[in-house]
Design a protein around this ligand. Structure first.
Ligand code: HEM
Length: 368
């Protein structure tokens, strides 16, 4: 194909996905209609993910006033925030519970937009920006986990970073050492230490938020430009006004969810919910606690890594990540019925491995 033709087609592709003539407040808000059908509830999930993201930013900013990103004082600063600062424990709990709630809502949002074929033309870029947001959300989880600098957090991060080095076993010659170099570059040295804490802190509170805000801006612009996808094969034809009706309903959902989150954050300290309290600061000479596990939202890859050959799971993960980005292409001609079945199968896998992963692991590994 001639380069000129390729450029013309690319420009036409972009013009259809980012129609300049629709980029007015009136077109994007006042005229926008939301389809009403049996899957309309799914349109609230993106909004919920957005709401939790806002809670993360607000509670994160508040904790920044007390958190000290140094191996000598990080743990003490979190302990001080939790035990001495008025409202400190509540803010930290809100941040911890809302992070889980955000990841849950993003996962549900992905599954429902997939099942509704909301990635179809012209919403391909909405989907792709969504997948990139998903990767960032997991990045938030992995980097935030280290910041309290206690025995479990540091050792779990070591295990996580250690899996990078395992790739070396499958690479030829000098390349075999590359994964170790990548790991040491990420952690800023041969072991997890001050350089790692500083980097994870900078990534968690500056790099990821900035990239996420940019991507989210694009994601929401793309949604506003094209409106909500019909979502079902036979749309009812009924719609409701986005502004003010749908927005008011969104706010009502946020209000109810915030109340529930606040009650949980007041009643159940996040540390108590997990099988490890804030505990003692990391001691490099201390023993590695038994049964270290990552946060629940990593179980879908953690337990397969525990049970299956590394190359198989790592390969599968690579295919999954590329496959997610190419969904609009791969499933372009797929019926919603098949998409719903695939989404349901993925949901069943995520529920089973998250709730029963440990039991399955003990069953197949004989408890080793
Ligand atoms: C931080 C993460 C995310 C936030 C805050 C977010 C936010 C939103 C919001 C507010 C909407 C409009 C309302 C709705 O349809 O729910 C939306 C739509 C959409 N999102 Fe996301 N999203 C996120 C991640 C994702 C992910 C991970 C995917 C898929 C991989 C995705 C794919 C889509 C698609 C395809 C639409 C269009 C829905 C339609 O037209 O029916 N989003 N998103």
């Amino acid at each position: 194909m001639k380069p000129a033709t390729r450029t013309r087609r690319f420009v036409a592709f972009l013009a259809e996905r980012l129609p300049a003539e629709k980029m007015s407040l009136q077109a994007m808000v006042q005229k926008k209609e939301v389809p009403v059908h049996r899957w309309s509830w799914a349109y609230y999930l993106g909004g919920l993910a957005l709401f939790f993201f806002v809670i993360q930013i607000v509670t994160g900013l508040m904790m920044l006033f007390y958190y000290e990103p140094s191996v000598a004082t990080a743990h003490a600063s979190v302990e001080h925030l939790t035990n001495n600062v008025p409202g400190g424990a509540l803010i930290r709990n809100l941040h911890a519970w809302s992070s889980s709630a955000m990841i849950l809502s993003v996962m549900l949002h992905l599954l429902t937009t997939f099942a509704m074929k909301a990635f179809g033309r012209p919403r391909e870029l909405t989907w792709v920006s969504g997948v990139l947001l998903l990767f960032l959300v997991f990045g938030f989880g992995f980097t935030g986990y280290l910041l309290p600098w206690h025995q479990i957090a540091v050792n779990a991060t070591k295990v996580g970073l250690g899996s990078i080095e395992q790739f070396g076993e499958y690479l030829p010659g000098d390349l075999a050492d590359l994964p170790r170099q990548i790991r040491e570059t990420i952690q800023g040295g041969a072991t997890v230490g001050q350089a790692t804490l500083s980097r994870f802190y900078a990534i968690h509170v500056v790099v990821l938020p900035l990239i996420s805000l940019g991507l989210l801006g694009f994601h929401l612009l793309s949604v506003q430009l094209h409106g909500m996808s019909p979502g079902v094969d036979r749309p009812t034809g009924r719609t409701e006004k986005f502004f003010p009706l749908f927005i008011l309903k969104d706010l009502k959902v946020w209000g109810v969810v915030f109340l529930m989150l606040a009650v949980v954050a007041i009643c159940i300290p996040f540390d108590a919910f997990l099988d490890y309290p804030l505990g003692a600061p990391y001691n490099p000479l201390g023993s590695t606690p038994d049964g270290i596990k990552p946060e629940w939202y990593f179980f879908w890859m953690y337990y397969p890594l525990e049970l299956l050959p590394f190359w198989l799971v790592a390969g599968g993960m690579g295919v999954l990540q590329v496959g997610l980005l190419l969904v609009p292409r791969i499933f372009r001609g797929t019926s919603r019925k098949v998409l719903r079945t695939l989404a349901a199968a993925a949901a069943v896998y995520l529920i089973v491995i998250t709730l029963f992963g440990q039991a399955i692991y003990e069953m197949f590994s004989g408890g080793h």
